[in-house]
Design a binder for this molecule. Structure first.
Ligand code: FES
Length: 228
């Protein structure tokens, strides 16, 4: 899913936008922008235009992960801090980073058609490091050298080898200056919206409401009533 955001009106506060007509794409744009605007590393002047490419569907796998020995990538119910991971990523290139925590290895790739995709770089088989091989397959692939596991670069799904589940995904946003940000994660079987709702719902019910998250309206109403 690619989200393109238009600049806010001159002099306006972008957080004032409230797409009450609840187009999920519009709501997602606003929510993602607000996530970034809350980050102290950037200023609101930077939010002229955001193109977000979101790769959804997170899986958690591997014996160590399943047994709770290893940290679960993206296993957070709280709002995650946006993190700038690259000044830009060119087609065919990848960037290794850590998200949401320093022990969470992740990789971002830019496909030849411009799509950005972010994943956990921890193999769902036995937690080896997953590598980007841009010259394999029709548009590159994510490869685990330990047991020849292969993941689809566009979806994170397993295409070969023993990994039992798709790679967990990292939600990426590209700012107008080309910088790439990690803003959230999704669990296995979750859509991007579901992942954001889970991470925003408790702590930022207003944003969750704008995303159309289940039960968010009640939480948002409660939050507004507390302010009055
Ligand atoms: Fe990746 Fe076995 S650890 S395929």
């Amino acid at each position: 899913m690619s989200l393109t955001e238009q600049p806010p009106g001159h002099g306006s506060d972008p957080t004032d936008a409230h797409p009450t007509d609840a187009d999920p794409a519009d709501a997602a744009q606003v929510a993602l922008r607000d996530r970034i605007s809350a980050d102290s590393l950037t200023t609101r002047r930077d939010y002229l235009r955001i193109v977000a490419t979101v790769s959804g569907g997170l899986a958690v796998g591997g014996i160590g992960v399943a047994s709770g020995i290893l940290h679960r990538h993206g296993d957070s119910d709280g709002a995650l801090e946006p993190k700038r991971i690259a000044d830009r990523i060119l087609p065919g290139d990848s960037v290794a980073f850590r998200y949401p925590d320093e022990e969470d290895r992740a990789v971002a790739v830019r496909l030849q058609d411009g799509t950005l995709a972010g994943y956990s770089a921890v193999c769902t088989h036995l937690a080896c490091a997953v590598l980007w091989r841009k010259d394999r397959g029709s548009e590159g692939e994510l490869y685990c050298p330990c047991h020849e596991g292969v993941f689809d670069a566009r979806t994170g799904e397993v295409t070969a080898g023993p990994p039992p589940r798709a790679l967990p995904k990292v939600i990426l946003v590209e700012d107008d200056d080309g910088s790439v940000w990690a803003v959230g994660t999704t669990r296995s079987g979750e859509s991007t919206q579901e992942g954001l709702c889970r991470q925003l719902g408790q702590e930022r019910p207003g944003l969750a409401e704008r995303l159309g998250c289940p039960d968010a309206s009640a939480r948002g109403a409660l939050e507004r009533s507390r302010r009055t």
